[in-house]
Design a protein around this ligand. Sequence first.
Ligand SMILES: Nc1ncnc2c1ncn2[C@@H]1O[C@H](COP(=O)(O)OP(=O)(O)O)[C@@H](O)[C@H]1O
Ligand SMILES: [Mg+2]
Length: 242
Amino acid sequence: MSATAPVPTLLEAIDVTRTYTLGRDVQVPALRGVTFRVDHGDSVAIIGSSGSGKSTLLNLLGALDRPTTGEVLYDGRDVQDRSDAELAQLRNQRIGFVFQSFHLLPRLTAVDNVVLPLVYRPGSARDRRERAIAALESVGLGDRLDHRPTELSGGQQQRVAMARALVTEPALILADEPTGNLDTTTGDEIMSLLEQLHQERGTALVVITHEAEIAERADRRIELRDGVIVGGDLDMVEAGST
Ligand SMILES: Nc1ncnc2c1ncn2[C@@H]1O[C@H](COP(=O)(O)OP(=O)(O)O)[C@@H](O)[C@H]1O
Ligand SMILES: [Mg+2]
C-alpha cells in the first residue's frame, strides 16, 4: 500500500469509522471515515474541539479499540485479523501511552508502576527494576523512586507515566492531552520531555492537544471536526492513503 514510501510506515488508518451504541438503539458516530498514516519517527498533533473524536481515534491507533468499519494496519497487517492477546502484545511491545489523568496504580510506588509493562519480558526482576530506575532517571525522577502517586505532584505523576511509556522502548508514543491537568510551566516540561524522546530516540509521537502552541511544535497537524479530518497538513494525509 505504501511500499514506495521513503520512510517506513508504522501504522495506517484507512477510512475508519467508530460508532458507539448507547443503550439499545442510540448510535453515536464518533468517527465517520478517517484516513491517516504515521511513519516511523513521525510527530503529529491531533487538534479539534471537545467531542470531535480525537480520543476515539487515538484509541484506535493504539489498538485499545477496534474500528466499526475500515482498517487499522500495523506493519501492514489489520488489527481486525489479530486476537485480543495479539493486540495486547502489540500494545506492550510497540506503543507507550500517556493520558491526561496519568493512569498510575495508586498502591504502587513510582518504580513499581514503571516495572509493570516489563513483567512479561524475559530477564530477572532485578534487571527489570534497573531498567525502570533508568527510565525514571531519564525523566528526572531518580530521587522519587519509592513515592506513591499521592506523594507526587501532578507533573511528577505525569513523568512517572512517561517513564512507564518509554521503559519498553516503544516505536510510538500516543499521548491524549498529556498536559491537560497541568499548569503551563509543568505542561511545557512534559512536552519538552516528549519531544526529546522523539528527537533523541526517533520514537514516533502522536499527541492530542487543545493548545495551539503545542500543536505548532509537531511536524504536522490533523484537525478533526465531528469525526472527520477537516484540516491540517492534508497533503501528507492523502499521501498515506495512496
Ligand atoms: N464510550 C462511549 N460511548 C458513547 N459515546 C461515546 C463514547 N466515547 C465517546 N463518545 C462520544 O463520541 C464522540 C467523540 O468522543 P471523543 O473521541 O472522546 O472526543 P474528543 O476526545 O475529541 O473530545 C463524542 O460525541 C462522545 O460523546
Ligand atoms: Mg478526548
